[in-house]
Structure formats: C-alpha cells, structure tokens
Write a protein that binds this ligand. Structure first.
Ligand code: MF3
Ligand code: CO
Length: 250
C-alpha cells in the first residue's frame, strides 16, 4: 500500500479525532488510583470516546476484545483489561487508545505511575516519552524515516534500555494501520522520504532491561522476556513544511 498524503479536510478530521483522544487520555490518567481494575479503566475510556461521537478503534480489531490496551509493569503492549487486574501503588501502567472520528483515526499511548513509583520506573517513563520527542525532531519534510527511528533508538540505548524490535509504529488515516512502518530502531534502508501531509503514529516501546519480548497465551499481551519493566509513548503526528504537528493533543 502506498503512503498517502492527506488533504486539508482529512487533516482537520484527524485533528478533531486527536483532540478527543487527548481528552480521553487526560481523564483516564486521573482515574488511575490504587484499587481500580483495568476493566474499569477500559469501561471509562470507551464511555468517554463514545460520548464524543467517536468509535474506539481497537474494539474487535483483529479480535481484540476491549477498547483500551492496558499493560502493567513487564507488559509491553496490548494487555487485555480484566476485572481481576487491580492496580496497586508502585505499578506502572501503559494506556493505549485509538478513536475514529468521521472515518479518521487517531492513536496515542501514555505510561503512568500508580501512586508513588520507584526512581527507576520514573526514569523509564520519562525517557520513553523523551524518545518520542527526540524522534520527531527529525520528522521534517525531506528527511528520511530512518532519521526518526535512529534518533529514538540512540536516545533509549544511551540509558542502557532495550528497544523493542517486534512491534513498530505506523502510518495512520482512514485506517488504523497504514504504510509506512515506523520502527523505533535503525534499519539498513533509509526508509521513505517524509513529505507534508503524511500522518504517522510514532510509538517507542522501551524496556528497562533487554529488548526481547514474548506473547502470552491470550495471543495479545506482549511481555518482556526478562521480566523488566516496559513503557510506551505514542502520538499521531502530521508532517508539515515546518515543524511536525502533534495531532493527538488537546
Ligand atoms: N497502538 C497500537 C497499534 O498501533 C494499538 C493496536 S491494539 C489493537 O498497533 F488492539 F487494536 F490491536
Ligand atoms: Co499505534
């Protein structure tokens, strides 16, 4: 599939989708308290998304059974919400959500601490977020995709962290997943040349330990092989003539 350039109309719809997604994330962050189940967070997230006339894009996507991916501690991504999973002080929780507004998608993830968390966990969360910002410094018209990917990898590895190889970011638009793939690590090829109107979901997934991951028997939940903590940070962005625009913010 070719990488598409979005029209002004499409960009406006993606801006709207992104705003609603950002509002959803802000509300979910406030709800994260010791004692809440990941199922309750999912219910709240879906309620908010639908209250804005959006559809949660993950629900039933390739059979995914919920609206919000909720991944705790050594879970990297795609954790399935459950009434039995009760958050406790010291946990770190990655919330990944997607919305569709009038046919257009936005996708974003945040990792939060529950109550007080360790200095190690705090650093992992902050570095993972900063990986995104290091990457988008290069998300400029004329640069190659690999410039973004390399910057993310270099920043994460400068802290000794493992950059997950088995999952990548992606183009996004009227589908959740479009070309190109957006790795968080360098590849031998330079990748596509970035152009104004391209919309990308850039989503570093960073492990405190080694980069290796495995899938649980539920076929969704991805965990670190070494049991180390993992964090995720994602935004949907627009390539412009100048600085990239983060679409998934309020
Ligand atoms: N942000 C994730 C992604 O880009 C979420 C997809 S989860 C799924 O792939 F449940 F929808 F599959
Ligand atoms: Co994504």
């Amino acid at each position: 599939m070719a990488v598409t350039i979005k029209s002004q109309r499409e960009i406006n719809l993606m801006r709207e989708a992104g705003k609603i997604l950002a509002i959803t994330h802000e509300a979910l962050a406030k709800a994260l308290k010791p004692g809440i189940s990941t199922w309750e967070i999912d219910r709240l997230g879906e309620e908010i998304i639908r209250s804005y006339g959006c559809v949660p894009s993950f629900k039933n996507y390739q059979g995914y059974p919920a609206s919000i991916c909720i991944s705790v501690n050594d879970e990297v991504v795609h954790g399935i919400p459950s009434k039995k999973r009760i958050l406790k002080e010291g946990d770190i929780v990655s919330l990944d959500a997607g919305v569709i507004y009038k046919g257009y998608h936005s996708d974003a993830a945040r990792t939060h601490g529950v109550g007080e968390i360790s200095p190690e966990a705090t650093q992992l969360i902050e570095v993972t977020k900063q990986c995104f910002f290091e990457g988008i410094k290069y998300a400029k018209s004329g640069n190659h995709l690999n410039d973004v990917s390399s910057a993310i990898q270099a920043y994460a590895e400068s802290f000794g962290y493992g950059v997950v190889r088995d999952l990548v970011g992606h183009g996004i638009g009227n589908h959740l997943h479009e070309d190109p793939e957006v790795p968080n690590f360098a590849r031998r090829k330079k990748g596509i040349r970035l152009q104004p109107g391209m919309t990308l979901a850039i989503e570093p997934m960073i492990n405190a330990g080694k980069l290796d991951v495995r899938w649980l028997d539920d076929d969704w939940t991805v965990i670190t092989k070494d049991g180390s903590l993992s964090a995720h940070y994602e935004n949907t962005i627009l390539i412009t003539e100048e600085e990239p625009e983060i679409l998934s913010q309020a």
